[in-house]
Design a protein around this ligand. Structure first.
Ligand code: GCU
Length: 428
């Protein structure tokens, strides 16, 4: 066998027109060179890094650099949350960024990520942590006057929004989405942060992290799209929890940072899966109803298409991705390869029956086509003849769940997430 070197610079990536169309989901174990990967070593040394680069180059854009410095300040502490069952904190996380894209010189960013952290008081061993990016602000996730209201842009559809900004009327309005009481009762912690703290979900590049990274606002090629910036946000929350873990351990709670699960719904689910693929500190991923650009095949013919998503949300992916609008078959990967990068870590695709926009059936095929990477680790992944069963978790390290109903994240979903996490975290 010849040694294989991963692609490194933009010049090494074939132009869109030189990529050969493939109608089937590409095999994660066949490298760009055509070489077949048969061992864990070859996968980890060459094909896995290659896939990480391909996804960043052709689809999401390059994730921003890891900050040189990160500062965590505790803004509030309530050890008597949920009738004494939990401790509530909010952290303010600040970080450095390169002063401009052409220099390595770092400066403190204008942005602050606020992290809501709820930990169980009654658990004796360290608690696994769910990290979830939220849609409406931390103040909406739990009922508490202590939590900050975001000052940045928020979605109009979030309750209590006035003139694109959150108000106190939104407090606790997403409590039934996040089900913090259930998470705590099951012995887990939750760290949640608002996507807009990183990059507001608008086509305006100037209003978020990207505006700071590229003050000239010239976005092209594989410059990071919003989903790449958001997934980088998940990574910074891990940095912050790692930094703050000693402080947390002074109280009743301890965090088990070897058991970090990421969760996100829909666009935030696309983000959670990318975050897991790009950072091995994440032990388990649960993208909920993530669909196109996340868990559904880009080559799929059901629900949202690549062209449609790039048209409706021009800021989510990098410019390169628009080349594939009419020919997704030229993508040198599909979303099965993103799940494959996560191997051998458990990944659950959660779905809702009426959410055909997110192509639930196509997602099951994506999982099956990710399984060969899990097999390299002796893991079962998901069986090739697995069939969806309404309301029931199926699969192994690659799990699939579908329940009746519409596009949303609910208590029933959380029960399935927690069952999946219990199954895999207790096995290790
Ligand atoms: C739209 C979009 C989806 C996305 C969803 C959401 O429906 O087309 O790609 O997942 O919004 O984030 O709720």
């Amino acid at each position: 066998c010849t040694a294989w070197t991963p692609l490194l610079t933009a010049q090494d990536f074939p132009a869109f027109t030189d990529l050969k169309p493939q109608t089937e989901l590409p095999n994660p174990l066949v490298a760009m060179s055509g070489q077949k990967i048969t061992t864990k070593e070859a996968w980890e040394k060459s094909r896995r890094p290659e896939l990480k680069q391909l996804f960043q180059h052709y689809m999401y854009g390059k994730l921003p650099a890891v900050p040189e410095a990160l500062d965590v300040k505790e803004l509030c502490l309530n050890r008597n949350f949920l009738g004494g069952k939990a401790t509530l904190r909010e952290l303010a996380v600040r970080f450095t960024l390169p002063r401009s894209s052409s220099t390595a010189d770092m400066a403190w960013s204008k942005h602050t990520i606020y992290v809501l952290l709820v930990t169980p008081n009654e658990r004796l061993s360290p608690a696994p942590v769910f990290i979830g990016m939220n849609f409406c602000g931390n103040h909406a996730v739990v009922e508490s006057e202590q939590i900050q209201i975001p000052e940045t842009w928020v979605y109009n559809r979030c309750e209590g929004t006035e003139k694109d900004h959150a108000t106190a009327k939104g407090r606790g309005t997403q409590a039934d989405v996040w089900n913090v009481d259930l998470i705590i009762d099951r012995g887990y912690s939750l760290a949640s942060f608002y996507s807009g703290d990183i990059d507001p979900d608008t086509a305006d590049f100037a209003d978020g992290l990207n505006g700071e990274l590229k003050p000239d606002l010239k976005f092209a090629g594989d410059d990071a799209g919003t989903i790449a910036c958001w997934s980088w946000g998940y990574h910074r929350v891990i940095d912050a929890l790692t930094k703050h873990a000693k402080e947390v351990a002074k109280g009743n709670s301890r965090l088990d940072l070897k058991k970090i699960a990421v969760v996100g719904h829909s666009r935030n689910g696309k983000t959670a899966l990318l975050a897991a693929a790009m950072d091995d500190r994440i032990a388990l991923a649960i993208p909920s109803q993530a669909g196109c650009g996340g868990t559904a095949p880009s080559r799929g013919t059901v629900g949202e298409s690549v062209k449609r998503i790039n048209t409706s949300f021009p800021h989510w992916f990098c410019d390169e991705f628009t080349n594939f609008n009419d020919e997704p078959a030229r993508l040198p990967f599909d979303q099965n390869c993103l799940a494959a990068i996560c191997a051998p870590r458990p990944v659950l695709f959660a779905n809702a029956q009426e959410d055909t926009w997110a192509n639930p059936d196509g997602q099951l095929e994506v999982l099956k086509a990710a399984a060969p990477a899990y097999a390299l680790y002796g893991k079962r992944g998901i069986d090739s003849d697995a069939k969806a069963e309404m309301g029931k978790l199926i699969g192994h390290e690659l799990g699939y769940f579908i329940r009746p109903g519409k596009h949303s994240m609910s208590r029933v979903d959380w029960q399935a997430y927690l069952d999946f996490a219990d199954k895999h975290f207790s096995a290790n």
